[in-house]
Design a protein around this ligand. Structure first.
Ligand code: HEM
Length: 467
């Protein structure tokens, strides 16, 4: 709590602003507002604490500017769904734009800019479900190949190991094959450039790109453009990757736009999916029964031809993925900003007020979940996924409403295939079950210091594992 002088100074300078928002609970601001609460603490932990201490809507001050932290599902629904056009998305658009390009819906402005981009996004087409259903086999093959390399290695930092596995697997779904190492290096360099801009305390014009950024960008997106042109010249008959599907189904799509969409998809998927896997294996290390049940189901799946139908029937694998997304969501903070003065939560908010929405508190709200801090995949069985569907009030790892993650279905197929493929052949041993340190990279939670190794399992047939 700021001292009396600090609180007095804040009121002296900004008392009128405060009065306009009186009625909203929140911590006492000092001369710098409540910025101190966020120093050295992950912002999602602060938002969750506010939820516990002040309820669904908390007023905080970022220096002289008000911000609301939303933990009330119905207010979040207004902002992200029913009145979403009144609230511009996030404040990292300019930070990530050079890396993800202008063609992705991710940084589009609300309204027609976003709607137009989403309409032409290959992942949001009537045929996208058929493309996705065809990815189980290629994903399984890619993950098996990555696992074979991981099994030959000693102790590992699991975050970068699973990040590369994810990059390779997504490459197969997007362009039909793995990309060479230099493409991964370019991908990471561009991500670091964006991340430095997200974290900078300086105006962006003072933030330097890492050395070699422009050349890496030219190479990174250039390779996708070459692939698009080559695939147009010589289509792969029956090609199941997104590039082949898009050229068949949407031949009018501009080559450059498609190259940008393919390249930028990795930014949406690689960090978020791999962070989720790290969280899942960390939790499974603490839950031997859940791990054993996953291994048994995975052994049965490994004996069946890889298909969408078979994967869909693997209810425990799905439950493990859901539970990892609940207890350790990879994307934990969303921001929105009213474009004009607007009424919300009983007060008039000035245009530009920051709204911080975090799923962390609601995903573990004891008023909603039984034993919320326990990793218990069984909560998702027997109607659990229908009680708390993706995008509902207490479970929104992919966001909420029409602007929720366009690739959530791909992420789910990836996560389930990865969990099943890895668990069938190996046990992912995690060295420590203590909570790991959570950093932030490219807007996504970054697990730090989660070490472990992949230990080959004796080959168990489904019959043995069940009987
Ligand atoms: C576990 C994995 C993933 C998580 C947790 C996740 C989470 C999210 C969230 C929370 C949003 C909405 C953000 C907001 O409303 O402010 C979002 C949007 C988006 N995600 Fe994902 N995502 C994942 C995987 C992916 C993958 C695999 C891709 C691409 C291949 C992707 C591409 C996108 C794009 C393009 C958007 C913007 C959608 C729009 O504004 O229309 N994501 N994601």
């Amino acid at each position: 709590m700021p001292n009396l002088l600090s609180r007095g100074l804040f009121n002296l300078f900004f008392g009128a602003r405060r009065k306009a928002l009186q009625g909203l609970p929140g911590p006492q601001p000092g001369v710098l507002g409540n910025v101190g609460d966020f120093l050295g603490v992950p912002p999602w932990d602060v938002c969750a604490r506010y939820g516990r201490e002040y309820g669904g809507v908390t007023l905080v001050w970022m220096g002289p500017s008000p911000a609301l932290v939303l933990n009330d599902p119905s207010v979040i629904e207004e902002v992200m769904e029913t009145r979403r056009l009144e609230f511009e998305k996030g404040n990292v658009n300019e930070q990530v734009r050079p890396t993800v390009t202008d063609d992705t819906s991710f940084i589009a402005k609300q309204g027609e800019d976003w709607a137009g981009k989403r309409r032409t996004d290959p992942m949001a087409q009537p045929w996208s479900g058929d493309w996705l259903a065809a990815q189980v086999g290629p994903l399984r093959a890619s993950i098996t190949r990555s696992l074979e390399a991981l099994l030959t290695q000693g102790p590992l930092d699991l975050t970068p190991a699973l990040r590369r596995l994810t990059f390779d697997a997504l490459a197969v779904t997007l362009v039909g094959e793995h990309l060479p190492d230099p493409a991964y290096d370019d991908f990471m360099l561009l991500a670091k450039g964006a991340d430095a801009r997200i974290k900078a305390n300086l105006p962006l014009r003072f933030v330097r790109f890492p050395k070699g950024y422009e050349a890496a960008k030219t190479r990174y997106y250039g390779q996708f453009l070459e692939r698009v042109r080559a695939a147009r010249r010589t289509p792969t008959p029956g090609g199941q990757d997104l590039l082949s599907w898009t050229l068949r189904e949407m031949p009018e799509m501009d080559d450059q736009v498609l190259a940008h969409l393919l390249g930028s998809s990795f930014y949406g998927g690689v960090f978020s999916c791999s962070t989720t896997l790290v969280g899942a294996f960390h939790q499974l290390q603490k839950s031997p029964d859940a791990e054993a049940r996953l291994a048994a189901e995975a052994a049965a799946l490994a004996e069946a031809p890889p298909s969408w139908e078979v994967l869909r029937g693997a209810r425990w694998t799905e439950a493990v993925a859901y539970e990892a997304l609940r207890i350790l969501p990879a994307v934990r903070i969303f921001t929105r900003t009213p474009s004009a003065d607007t009424k919300l939560a009983g007060v008039t908010l000035p245009a530009g007020t920051t709204l911080l929405i975090s799923n962390q508190h609601l995903h573990r709200d004891p008023a909603h979940w039984t034993a919320p801090d326990t990793f218990d995949p069984s909560r998702w069985l027997d109607g659990g996924t229908a009680r708390d569907p993706l995008g509902s009030g207490h479970f929104f790892p992919f966001g909420r409403g029409p602007r929720a993650c366009v690739a959530a279905p791909l992420a789910m197929v990836f996560l389930q295939t990865a969990l099943a493929t890895l668990a069938a052949r190996a046990r992912v041993h995690v060295d420590s079950t203590e909570p790991f340190e959570e950093d932030f990279f490219f807007g996504v939670v970054l697990p730090k210091g989660v070490t472990g190794k992949f230990v080959a399992r004796p080959v168990v047939t489904a019959r043995q594992s069940v009987g």
